[in-house]
Design a protein. Structure first.
Length: 253
């Protein structure tokens, strides 16, 4: 059974990019250094033998960006499908990006409240967003003292209360929770051309702090949004849209 095409009309496709809150371990305030020491010890204890040999400084550079307590959001890319005569015409992309996390999160919250705040009629789509993107956004909104929209408040909810969250990784599991499927692997399995890029998630922090190239991060984030949208087209049994049907509303805020 294919996904109902009508759901895609009120769907917002999202992806986020995060980096460590400070450029390096040495820049951390004393309290945060102590907190990271404890976190690093935990990582060395429970992770691979390779990581057990890394210093606090090395682990901060490699891992801090994925923990909401030690990192920040630098890009949120969003996409929504455009329709013509009830057929998908293409996808429109918009990104909120930069060094001002509070503004990025506040703008994103307002977009959700103004346009996607009804869980009965709106859908938020992404890959692994139930386990990473949404919890991360909510934690950072609490830290930044931003009231997060009801559609993001999935903590403690029953599965039938979170039907407005369409997670492509969760959908692909079909009840099997043994394995993690990456976005690139899922795209490849569905014969979707995932745009080649010389950037991956582990490099975002370096690109942000050392190269100061937010445009490159935005482009990378937008490519993932496009891939998620194409995957949802497959789930709905619809033909993929062509690259020239991708409209960029902006490249950064």
């Amino acid at each position: 059974m294919f996904l109902d095409k009508q759901l895609l009309k009120r769907s917002l496709f999202i992806d986020i990019e995060t980096v460590s809150e400070y450029s390096d371990y040495e820049s951390l305030p004393d309290l945060k250094k102590e907190l990271w020491k404890a976190k690093a010890e935990q990582l060395r204890k429970f992770n691979s033998a390779h990581e057990s040999e890394k210093s606090d400084q090395e682990l901060y550079s490699a891992k801090a960006g994925i923990f909401a307590e030690f990192s920040k959001v630098v890009c949120i890319s969003m996409g929504f499908l455009s329709f013509e005569h009830d057929e998908v015409k293409g996808v429109r992309l918009k990104s909120l990006a930069g060094n001002e996390e509070h503004r990025i999160l506040d703008d994103f919250s307002r977009i959700l409240v103004n346009h996607y705040n009804d869980p009965e009629n709106s859908r938020i789509c992404g890959h692994n967003i139930k386990e990473f993107d949404i919890p991360f956004l909510c934690r950072r909104m609490v830290i930044n003292q931003i009231k997060f929209p009801p559609v993001l408040d999935i903590s403690g909810k029953k599965p039938w209360q979170t039907n407005h969250i369409l997670d492509t990784m969760d959908m692909w599991r079909f009840g099997d929770y043994k394995n993690y499927t990456s976005l690139s692997l899922l795209a490849g399995a569905l014969n979707i051309d995932s745009p080649k890029d010389n950037l991956d998630g582990s490099m975002v922090g370096e690109v942000f702090w050392k190269e100061e190239d937010i445009d490159r991060i935005v482009l990378y984030c937008q490519k993932d949004v496009v891939t998620v949208a194409q995957i949802m087209m497959k789930f709905a049994g619809l033909p993929l849209f062509a690259p020239d049907h991708i409209e960029y509303l902006n490249q950064k805020e």
